[in-house]
Design a protein around this ligand. Structure first.
Ligand code: 5AD
Length: 345
């Protein structure tokens, strides 16, 4: 057997290899056998179901100034919006009426919603018999605890990069240590915890991507979201080169091999960079898609990066298109909450 085949076999059975071997798998010419191995592990461990999560981007206001993100507060060219709690609940019940079993509430770090108001929103959505995922950034442990008590099941907070220097350079006024603290607090509080990284952000090396995978594994992440960095006007990185989709597929495949039980979406950023992103992502280990269930007049305004929101027409079409891709691959749509299914520990 060739060295690469041996590494893939070890990953398939032990779901662990050293960093040097990860780097080899990230840089080798052969991608097909890596994708195929990830697809096989996905099929054996999490099955053929694709879980749909209804995404509601409820506010584009953000107090942060992350170098890559179009929502950064310093981007004064952006027209901002925020939904009223009542509007958020309307979006949620529409998503539930479409049959979705998870509602994801995402926003910039907008301090105008108090934890109390957010708890009430979570409680009301939990009354609709769905899982609730939050993706609202860094909070105090006590705030995460209150939201958990209100019924939130899951939380998404990408580490963005597990390299402390690169992280600190990209996030003025924030710290890598606090980011990691948030993730471990979420885990300890019993949230299903999602993280992930940007792929192809300036300053990132293959070695750092290998470290990202080790970071996900050490955290025992329940969900991983990854997408290519897309340069965005109005940000310090607007003139930089974007991330390559092939590297995203490689990272997704290795994530599935490394953390076999994880729930992993095909991200919107990947869909923007690759017309066949949903299909290709589902063949490289992904088992989740997040249709946008927010209010149509605001979808384009949640401009984290260019191209986002443009492909989203009406919701019915969106869900029908997703189903078509899923069925063409011989897969099915998940009918339950689609929580992490633990087969080990
Ligand atoms: N390109 C791609 N992804 C981005 N994100 C933010 N800005 C960009 C960009 N320019 C991602 C971050 C964040 C998620 C919500 O969107 O990883 O965690």
């Amino acid at each position: 057997m060739q060295e690469l085949d041996v590494l893939i076999e070890v990953l398939k059975s032990k779901h662990d290899i050293d960093k040097e071997s990860i780097v080899k798998l990230l840089t080798c010419k052969e991608s097909k056998s890596i994708y195929a191995a990830a697809d096989e592990v996905r099929s054996c461990v999490v099955g053929k179901e694709v879980h749909l999560r209804g995404l509601i981007e409820f506010s584009s206001y953000c107090c942060r100034t992350c170098f890559y993100c179009g929502l950064r507060s310093a981007n004064s060219t952006l027209k901002r919006y925020r939904l009223e709690p009542k509007e958020i609940l309307e979006c949620a019940s529409r998503a539930v009426a479409y049959g979705l079993k998870t509602i994801v509430l995402q926003s910039g770090e907008d301090k105008s919603y108090s934890i109390n108001v957010l708890c009430k929103i979570v409680q009301a959505i939990k009354g609709m018999d769905v899982a609730v995922t939050l993706s609202i950034g860094e909070l105090k442990r006590s705030e995460y605890a209150e939201l958990k008590k209100a019924g939130a099941d899951r939380y998404l907070l990408r580490i963005e990069t597990s390299n402390e220097n690169l992280y600190n350079g990209l996030h003025p006024g924030m710290s890598y240590k606090n980011r990691v603290r948030c993730l471990y607090d979420l885990k300890e509080l019993g949230y299903e915890t999602g993280t992930g990284c940007l792929i192809g952000i300036p300053g990132q090396t293959i070695d750092m991507l290998a470290e990202d995978l080790l970071f996900f594994k050490k955290l025992d992440a329940d969900m991983i979201g990854m997408g290519p960095f897309i340069p965005c006007d109005g940000t310090p990185l607007e003139k930089s080169e974007g991330g390559k989709v092939d590297l995203v597929y490689r990272m997704m495949s290795l994530t599935r091999l490394f953390l076999p039980e994880v729930n992993m979406p095909v991200t919107t950023a990947l869909g923007v960079k690759d017309y066949n992103g949903y299909k290709n992502g589902l063949m490289c280990g992904a088992n989740v898609i997040m249709p946008n269930m927010g209010m149509s007049e605001y979808k384009k305004m949640y401009a984290i990066y260019p191209g986002k929101g443009e492909s989203i027409n009406n919701m019915e079409n969106q869900i029908e298109n997703i189903k078509k891709v899923v069925f063409e691959l011989g897969r099915s749509i998940g009918v339950d909450y689609g929580s992490r299914r633990k087969t080990t520990k």
